[in-house]
Design a protein around this ligand. Sequence first.
Ligand code: NAP
Length: 311
Amino acid sequence: MSVLYKRVALIGLGLIAGSMAHAMRRAGLAGEIIGTARSADTRAVAAEIGLCDRVVDTAAEAVAGADLVVLAVPVGAMGRVAEGIAPHLASGTTVTDVGSVKKDVVDQVGPHLPEGIHFIPGHPLAGTEHSGPRSGFAELFQDRYTLLTPVSDSDPEAVARLRALWEGMGARVEEMDAEHHDLVLAVTSHTPHLIAYTMVGVADHLRRVTESEVIKYSAAGFRDFTRIAASDPTMWRDVFLSNKEATLDILGRFTEELFVLQRAIRMGDGDALFDYFTRTRAIRRGIIEAGQDTDAPNFGRNAAKKGSNDG
Ligand code: NAP
């Protein structure tokens, strides 16, 4: 594959940026990859493992001369990072991000970027519960979707090039409006994560009563919850704070449905439960048919390298 960007600057060197570095290298998509992270520790690890061609101390240094800048920090930090790099961006540079929420990132980042910058927000629907510069791997985005949410005046040629980069890293790419993205992700990722956090929290309370039984007898469903609930606390705090409206909307609907099921159990309404579970089973089949999961019974075990969470 041919080089799409002469110099890519990765701001933040965690799971997503690290995986991008590996995937871009594998496919020869970037002439040079420059990276930076907030802490000296992360920069040292990245330099030690050769994650990028060069690791520099500041975001301002990283973006100098770059034709693509990727903001790969927690959603709550995007605005501050954009403000810091803005004076150092060359005209014609594409700035993108990988944040799990889009409308809030557009609102935080957009106002800081000068004229002549192509701002194209993005979100790879791929992740694991691991974080940091050692956690990335080249296959993370393989056959997973990346959603781009171009703003109204995004240059079509710049969007096409960024799309080609993601496709070169193995992803399937679709475009949608930022607000719609946030609603879709509230259903498919954000609220399920909140439910997993809650369920593990409930079990934690129970554990105090039953000592080690919850761990000892943890069945597949619960183990999946614990894996999801091990996801990075900073990232997920920021996701809920910045996708507040859509998450609260979906949580409200979830609570209503829970009451419907609760009532069916209380009333002994087996038909209602059976019909409900038949409908949900069809959704699972649809996901497998769409190639977004397999029906192999691994119950989430050994899933980390497959990109099983999706932020
Ligand atoms: P990560 O592994 O925790 O890495 C985050 C990086 O951001 C680190 O290099 C960290 O630097 C830096 N950082 C943290 N706080 C910062 C701040 N306040 N200012 C500047 N830099 C800061 O995270 P990740 O999983 O790659 O996530 C990065 C982005 O991708 C997030 O916006 C997340 O929503 C999105 N995303 C994540 C997933 C997922 O499943 N993990 C999936 C899709 C999208 P230090 O190491 O020096 O602290």
